[in-house]
Design a protein around this ligand. Structure first.
Ligand code: CA2
Length: 158
């Protein structure tokens, strides 16, 4: 039996699904003034390291296809404790991703490298935000570490 307030080292670690949407596979190759110089692999590695420090495991995927993101979100149901998602431009119009996330019974963190609200008006709408537990935007790659910290805090509070 585990004493209250102590870690159960035999318990399975919660799994976080880390999702990236369209064009984010190009990170590090263009627009460094907006998105920085780190590659997607760099962000996944630092997010995974941050998650590990919080006792979380990570499964990461990137896709340029809306339906594939929907399938990945469905596959998280009953399996993952949280989803951390940078939906890329799908953020601004993909209601199918909104609906899939609404059917996920866990913590959802929306992450953006840039601050879409400080950019073109069409980026100011997020159809993901209403079904996210919270949103982290504008802090570059640090946003993923902050997201993992937020997931761990939310899971502990449950
Ligand atoms: O700031 C973010 O993380 C975004 O989700 C990035 C999306 C953008 O549509 C959102 O408004 C905000 C775009 C990602 C495109 O990334 C590229 C990276 C390098 C080269 C070309 C595109």
């Amino acid at each position: 039996m585990t004493e209250p307030g102590t870690a159960d080292h035999d318990a399975p670690r919660p799994l976080v699904l880390l999702l990236h949407g369209p064009n984010l596979n190009l990170l590090g190759t263009r627009e460094p003034e907006v998105y920085g110089t780190a590659t997607l692999d760099d962000h996944v590695a630092s997010a995974t390291a941050a998650a590990d420090r919080h006792g979380l495991d990570v499964e990461a995927h990137q896709t340029n296809h809306e339906g594939e993101l929907v399938e990945l979100i469905h596959g998280a149901r009953g399996r993952c404790a949280a989803i951390v998602i940078n939906p890329g431009a799908f953020t601004h119009y993909a209601w199918s991703i909104h609906d899939a996330l609404a059917a996920f019974d866990g913590v959802v963190v929306e992450v953006h490298l840039s601050n879409p609200n400080a950019r073109e008006p069409w980026r100011h709408t997020s159809v993901i935000a209403p079904v996210a537990t919270g949103t982290i935007a504008g802090f570059g790659g640090l946003g993923y570490a902050l997201a993992m910290q937020a997931v761990a805090a939310r899971l502990t509070a449950r």
